[in-house]
Design a binder for this molecule. Structure first.
Ligand SMILES: Cc1cc2nc3c(=O)[nH]c(=O)nc-3n(C[C@H](O)[C@H](O)[C@H](O)COP(=O)(O)OP(=O)(O)OC[C@H]3O[C@@H](n4cnc5c(N)ncnc54)[C@H](O)[C@@H]3O)c2cc1C
Length: 325
């Protein structure tokens, strides 16, 4: 059965999620395809714990809270959301509609497409040590909820600013924090951050590497350094850089500028029926910000609606649609 959607959104970051909500406002049958197991994009991946101050209406909101709210808003219109899938190709069918194919070969049918897939997919470089498979539940690649480290002994493996930031954030919560750097210096760190690190209770192990993980059979309890020293550790955080796979826009027939898709004022791309929004797009003076993505999403959805139904209104007001709430 080829279930066809009015619109399929590639990417479930903040832009993709808000796009889904707005598709509901325009009464469109909507699907979201997201590569990560969870929606939220860069905000969930890079800074869920950080406060964001430049989204209208929120004087300050933590990344994960903003994502939870945008996700709640999206789910209110009950879109079909498929996570853990990577769109690899897009083909236009004879009737002008599209078939999107994922890495697993699954096909998704849609009248229009909105590309909200940022600059591509990203994953953390994973740690491969004796014991890491066995104790993988104790190994983390982002700080999702800092309170989960409360009173625990934590180690951070990193040679960069990200590791220094994490160690300093954990210092306020964990009972003990180790920062392990194979190098003598940290990359891209301000001097005053190093001064703060040195003045903190974080135990910095420079020019050391972790060589083995050990535990009680269920959870991690200790970590061995190449100096043969064992550190007592309950949780291990690792930042060894990112694996970024650039978006496949050119392969999809969408020319790029600086890796992003040039769009018209209506967020149209060079392919009729395909629109784009958020970090994925390029136009003069484009700001790479969450709020810009929200605004572009509305325009992209209104344009997709007009493609399907040329007589549809150019825009709608939520206060008119949601009369009783
Ligand atoms: C460290 C940092 C701090 C920032 N701070 C702020 C701030 O304070 N305020 C602010 O407004 N902005 C900030 N930004 C920018 C902001 O995070 C981005 O503008 C915003 O996240 C873009 O959202 P998006 O949904 O367009 O793209 P993304 O968040 O990149 O989401 C794209 C999604 O598409 C998915 N995807 C990609 N390719 C495919 C594919 N082929 N198939 C399926 N899924 C795919 C990805 O997995 C991802 O989930 C910051 C960015 C960074 C990195």
């Amino acid at each position: 059965m080829k279930e066809q959607f009015d619109v399929t959104i590639i990417g479930g970051g903040t832009t993709g999620l808000y796009t889904a909500f707005y598709c509901g406002m325009r009464d469109m049958k909507t699907k979201v395809l997201e590569y990560q197991p969870e929606a939220g994009g860069k905000v969930s991946f890079f800074y869920p714990e950080k406060r964001i101050y430049d989204v209208g209406g929120f004087p300050g909101i933590r990344g994960e809270e903003l994502v939870a709210d945008v996700e709640k808003q999206a789910k209110s219109i009950q879109p079909s959301v498929v996570t853990g899938v990577k769109v690899t190709s897009i083909d236009k069918l004879e009737d002008g509609s599209f078939v999107l194919t994922t890495g697993t070969g699954d096909k998704h049918y849609s009248k229009t497409i909105i590309v909200a897939s940022g600059l591509g997919t990203f994953d953390m470089e994973r740690v491969m040590l004796p014991g890491s498979e066995k104790y993988m539940t104790s190994i983390h690649y982002t700080i999702q909820r800092i309170q989960q480290y409360k009173g625990k002994k934590a180690a951070v493996i990193s040679d960069s600013r990200v590791g220094v930031d994490w160690a300093m954030a954990l210092e306020n919560v964990a009972s003990e924090v180790h920062l392990i750097n194979h190098d003598a210096d940290f990359k891209a760190v301000y001097e005053h951050d190093i001064d703060k690190l040195e003045a903190s209770s974080v135990q910095v192990h420079r020019e050391k590497t972790a060589v083995e993980l050990d535990g009680d059979g269920e959870a991690l309890t200790r970590l061995k350094l190449n100096s043969n020293e064992w550190l007592e550790v309950d949780d291990l955080l690792v930042y060894q850089g990112l694996k970024i796979e650039k978006s496949l826009y050119e392969e999809w027939g969408l020319p790029t500028e600086k890796g992003r898709i040039p769009v018209g004022h209506d967020m149209s791309t060079n392919i009729e029926g395909i629109f784009a929004a958020g970090d994925a797009v390029f136009y003069p003076h484009k700001t790479m910000l969450i709020a810009s993505g929200f605004s572009e999403a509305m325009t992209a959805v209104n344009s997709a609606k007009k493609t399907i139904d040329p007589k549809a209104k150019s825009q709608v007001y939520s206060t008119v649609i949601y009369k009783h709430s």
